[in-house]
Design a protein around this ligand. Structure first.
Ligand code: NAD
Length: 244
């Protein structure tokens, strides 16, 4: 299927690693001119080597001034993909979570997309086929013990996306969210350890698979899909606890 993305321009945050990197490479392969943003400039350069003509923006998504000056270097956008995120404390009850840790998770995972999208909206309004994808998580709907800040941030992101799709309904800008279960990336390997992923007793998806979801949601092929969350969790949350 031709996704009809060739010749469009897309901003990808968190493009230096994991899902953001896979999204950048997938979009570049579709002929998209990618604008890559990450706070890690070296990682960004590694991604850019697979994305001809990429514009690189080194910025922290939680810093209003950095986001504004980064976006000021962009003259056209048809899509924004917000991938930059952190997991924060893992395996910690909230009595062991500091306010700084809580604020850091909410700041990167929720305030970051707010700042990036607010700065990108004037450019998106000028596009005939604008589409935004926020990378949430299945942690918006189910919880692993000891990840309360992350779960709260990802649930907030889902509702931020829904609210934004309503606010922008008369602009033609679509806003959807992708909520994957465990994806094999440096983040999940850091949180769970290599052994847990290499010998996983649970289903693990690849960043390329998530990138395919994102590409479809950015494509005009999905023009009727708006304000939704694509929960890619191998069907786990569909299962009742009833033991029949
Ligand atoms: P990752 O750590 O591999 O990549 C995250 C990227 O975001 C890094 O390049 C990092 O430098 C960048 N980043 C972090 N904070 C930033 C900031 N303040 N400003 C700019 N850039 C920043 O992580 P990943 O696994 O690819 O995760 C990407 C997104 O997918 C995150 O939002 C994460 O919550 C979500 N997600 C991940 C999984 C998983 O299992 N890996 C599952 C569901 C959702």
């Amino acid at each position: 299927m031709d996704l009809q993305l060739s010749g469009t321009t897309a901003l990808v945050t968190g493009a230096g690693s994991g899902i953001g990197r896979a999204v950048a490479l997938a979009l570049a392969a579709e002929g998209v001119r990618v604008v890559l943003l990450d706070r890690d400039g070296a990682a960004l350069a590694r991604t850019a080597s697979g994305c001809p003509g990429a514009l690189l923006l080194v910025a922290d998504v939680t810093d209003e001034a950095q986001v504004a000056s980064a976006l000021a270097r962009v003259d056209r956008l048809d899509a924004v993909v917000c991938c930059a995120g952190i997991s924060g404390p893992v395996g910690a009850g909230i009595e062991d979570v500091s306010l700084a840790e809580w604020n850091a998770v909410l700041s990167v995972n929720v305030t970051g997309p707010f700042l990036v999208l607010r700065a990108a909206l004037p450019l998106l309004r000028a596009s005939a086929t604008a589409s935004v994808v926020l990378i949430s998580s299945d942690s918006a709907f189910v919880a692993s013990p000891g990840m309360a800040p992350y779960c709260a941030s990802k649930a907030a992101l889902v509702q931020f996306g829904r609210a934004l799709s309503v606010d922008l309904a008369d602009t033609g800008i679509r806003v959807n969210t992708v909520a994957p279960s465990v994806v094999d990336t440096p983040m999940s390997r850091g949180d769970l350890g290599d052994t847990a992923l290499d010998e996983a007793a649970f289903p693990v998806q690849t960043a390329d698979e998530v990138a395919a979801h994102v590409s479809y949601l950015l494509s005009p092929r999905s023009r009727a899909v708006n304000g939704t969350t694509l929960l890619s969790d191998f069907g786990y949350t569909a299962r009742s606890g009833f033991p029949a």
